[in-house]
Design a protein around this ligand. Sequence first.
Ligand code: HEM
Length: 124
Amino acid sequence: MEQTFYDAVGGQEFFIKLVDGFYEGIETDEVLRPMYVDQDLTESKRHLMLFLQQYWGGPNTYQEERGHPRLRMRHFPFAVNDDARDRWLKHMQASLSKMELDEALRDQLWTYLVSAAHSLVNTQ
Ligand code: HEM
């Protein structure tokens, strides 16, 4: 069987670290932080980690706990404009830059994140 992206990056540990690093940026972001109502961000973190690991071929826990991702719909309650998108991507890039990763895998992940973030803009 072909190796999944999830296996190639080392499994869940990779996604936990990526999301933890990303949320360090969110914590101090004056535009994005207020969008996250959960005080300690634990659940928000967990949902993003579960979603990403599932997307990249890991366990389907996200689907089991949250149902179909429907990301666009789930982001409608938040005003995602170009500024919010760029901030989101900036924190993701900062976190990704700290991860040890093969360049081809890094590019693959980054291309996906950029495209997903662009697809979630819902207001200007
Ligand atoms: C473009 C900028 C984005 C903004 C401003 C944004 C903001 C948010 C906010 C405020 C939440 C709610 C968190 C909570 O429940 O406390 C959320 C949830 C979530 N976001 Fe984003 N997001 C963005 C992009 C993305 C992208 C690109 C992805 C996927 C690659 C993503 C995946 C998710 C997931 C999986 C959840 C949890 C959904 C659930 O199960 O409830 N987001 N996002």
